[in-house]
Design a protein around this ligand. Sequence first.
Ligand code: FE2
Ligand code: FE2
Length: 307
Amino acid sequence: MLNQTHEYQSCIQSSERVSWRIDELLPKDTELDFSRRFLSDALTGTEGISCLSTEEKLMLNQIRSNSYAHLFLFLEEYAVALAAQRAGLELHGNPTHMRALLRFTEEELKHQQLFSRYTTAFARGFKVAPALLDNQVEVARAIMTKSNLGVLIFNLHMELMTQQHYVETMRDNARESLDPLFNNMLKHHWLEEAQHTRLDFLEAQKILAQEPESLGAALVEYGELLQALRGTLNAQLQLDLQTFEKAAARPFTDAERKEIFEAQERSYVYGFIGMGMKAPLFLSRLRALSPVAEQRVLELAPEYYCN
Ligand SMILES: [Fe+2]
Ligand SMILES: [Fe+2]
């Protein structure tokens, strides 16, 4: 059994150092600035849609950004379950491991509350009521039917991707026109996710030290979770397009609808799946778990616009 207690202790210390309060980031009565883009085009894929006017591109960027916040709230439902389950396994075991995992759990609950506050502020200020998925508990339960190792690998992907999202925002060509409030939210989300990625890795190592043969099945589950995520993203995309048509208040032709759908499908899949698979730190962490794990992800990557 690996003794990694100093690593867990270091996660607690880092978590204490970067910890923030929701009220500092997003006071309750915040009014969003709808004159700005919220997320980088690298994550919304709106700028290249030729049939849209400048105002429509801005509106679709904002709808996508709101869905981004909502999807993290949505996905963190399973992350709370995962972290709480891992923490529970250390009850009467290693208190340092348990404390680090309980902080992880608490932070994910806090992130959900932050994103929920954001989507509430968005709904208050946007011209139409945005349509958002509401089956997060059902999805979290389905994810948690997989092995802890499969879900930890999937979670490592999701959490390292939040760093990629922040980096993409910093690289945006017209960064000064992006909303600083949303940038700040991405930054602070990543600051806490950074510790979670270390804990995902440590917990995965813990499982592999006890059951090295479980890796193959966990990698199959990781692939299944990506497919399921693709379905969820597609469902949210259909809702985004409903919201967009209402907000744009003009009928789109079939050809326009097709162009918008295809651009958005590609953007969603790359932004939430491909970008995570390509994250250098994700690949190096997998390699450290087992070269087989990295190899499997590289084989799957082209399916997600990630060549
Ligand atoms: Fe989070
Ligand atoms: Fe997290």
